[in-house]
Ligand binder design. Structure first.
Ligand code: ADP
Ligand code: GN1
Ligand code: MG
Length: 359
């Protein structure tokens, strides 16, 4: 079944006349769909290898979008723009497909807004922080037990480290000899892995419903006003820590170069952007505890370390998780993350000062 046939299964306005690859996501296959009536939609082929239970994945997204939409409505906002809207199938389902065809979903297209790949204006980064902080507030009264933990241990860095060590030992692709230095970099920092996990386990760090994938390109920024419009990519909304959401944003956004930049001299940790993000996050987030605040700077190191470790694991295992566009792509990505970790380690004191300079 081709994509046009798939699109005809959904309640879209008109008939699809073009369906073209769209965006820079590493996980799902995303397409921009345009109809003969000029309406746009986002059509996605869900990564079924990763999201084995599509029914549960879409149920999570349905629950979360309904909850956020209600909050937007209460504030008199525009529900068609400020939250993802699932377009249902003719059979009133949230997705279409099966193991053979693949699984598809359609979202309303958020017009006149952009998911930026790098920070072009520090205002955008502040705005994304405000949006992710607000998103957490909107879900603060959402009962986490209603959510299926779609990827268990997603930000459990201890488990990620175990997986990494298994990949090193197995050396399935015979690539280990090429990355000894990077592997040592990860091993030397094992001590990072358990810190937040332990705080969550003993209840010192509050467990919240968080986004868990807070890259800049998972928030839509209005092209005219530069304000954040909506948080997107809700596949990983699960119980987590506000530190994870903060750290992952810093990991991606405080680097002026691309996540897969090969020239590491271009990859640097920008403290001014850290400041902009911290200001936005703390301004938005209600009820942040002292422990959460204390661990914000460290969480930036942890999330960057974890992501680098995941890229390196995937490289060692033969690039089965993150979509790659060239040879060594995952290795290049891992290297940028480790460069950023080194920079952040040096800047930890300044990051702490910045966090405590806000209320
Ligand atoms: P992935 O999980 O693969 O990262 P995303 O859901 O983040 O997939 O979508 C990939 C890209 O598609 C986003 O970065 C954004 O550019 C674009 N996109 C996704 N949803 C929408 C939407 N509702 N409106 C406009 N653009 C969107
Ligand atoms: C993936 O889906 P996308 O591209 O927004 C990944 C994140 C990583 C990120 C690294 C479900 O995010 O965890 O941090 O790549 N998403 C999943 O860029 O694994
Ligand atoms: Mg995404």
């Amino acid at each position: 079944m081709d994509l046009f046939e798939v699109s005809a299964k959904f309640k879209i306005n008109g008939r699809a006349v073009s369906i073209t690859p769209y965006g820079e996501g590493h996980i799902n296959e995303t397409y921009l769909l345009v109809t003969d009536k000029g309406f746009k939609y986002i059509l996605q082929k869900i990564n079924h290898r990763l999201f084995k239970d599509v029914e549960k994945l879409m149920r999570n997204i349905e629950l979360v979008t309904a909850h956020v939409a209600e909050k937007v409505r209460q504030k008199g906002g525009d529900v068609s723009r400020e939250v993802l809207t699932i377009v249902r199938t003719d059979e009133d389902k949230t997705y279409y497909g099966d193991d053979e065809t693949g699984y598809f979903r359609v979202y309303i297209y958020i017009y006149n807004a952009t998911a930026h790949q790098v920070v072009k204006k520090s205002e955008h980064f502040y705005q994304s922080a405000y949006a992710f902080g607000t998103f957490q507030n909107q879900l603060a009264d959402f009962d986490a037990r209603r959510l299926h933990e779609i990827i268990p241990n997603f930000h459990n860095t201890v488990v990620r480290f175990e997986n990494f060590k298994r990949a090193v030992e197995a050396d399935r692709m015979g690539r280990l000899r090429l990355v000894r230095r990077e592997v040592d970099f990860v091993l030397e920092r094992e001590g990072y892995c358990g810190r937040i996990v332990k705080l969550l386990e003993c209840g010192q760090m509050p467990l919240k419903v968080t986004h868990n994938d807070t890259k800049l390109n998972n928030v839509m920024i209005d092209d005219a006003t530069d304000k954040a419009v909506a948080v997107i990519d809700l596949d990983t909304v699960m119980p987590g820590s506000s530190c994870y959401d903060f750290g992952d944003s810093i990991r991606f956004g405080c680097n002026p170069a691309a996540e897969d930049e090969v020239d590491l001299s271009k990859v640097n940790f920008r403290l001014d952007l850290f400041k902009a993000y911290t200001e936005g996050y703390l301004a938005a987030l209600k009820n942040i505890s002292e422990t959460e605040k204390e661990y914000l700077p460290f969480s930036a190191i942890l999330m960057t370390y974890e992501c680098g470790m995941r890229f390196l694991t995937d490289y060692l295992e033969g690039d089965t998780y993150f979509r790659i566009k060239r040879q060594n792509h995952n290795l290049d990505r891992a290297r940028t993350q480790f460069k950023l970790v080194s920079d952040m380690e040096k800047a930890l004191g300044q990051m702490n000062e910045i966090v405590y300079s806000f209320k």
